[in-house]
Design a binder for this molecule. Sequence first.
Ligand SMILES: [Zn+2]
Ligand SMILES: [Zn+2]
Length: 103
Amino acid sequence: MKECSWCRAPASRVGVLIAGPSQVYICDACVAVASERAAGRREPPPPLGAPEDLLQRYQPCSFCLTSRPLPELVAGPGSLCICDVCLVSCRQTLQQARPGGLR
Ligand SMILES: [Zn+2]
Ligand SMILES: [Zn+2]
């Protein structure tokens, strides 16, 4: 059965469950929480001249599996994380699923 990979809520208990390409799912509530965290954790970009450090700060997004610099990722429970790009597309999906926007 499908469930949100973030909060483990089953599909029947959440408003909208969005599927990622890698059998990862995230529900509308977790998208909202992650979006708030993303808005609240704007770090300055890493300084230039530290390429190795920069490389180590890359991590794959659990949702789209694309490696992204850590400042563009929002950590979820366990080792899960989601990137800004996925959050934007998830919010667009939610808006289409619920005309009128989130309550
Ligand atoms: Zn969830
Ligand atoms: Zn992603």
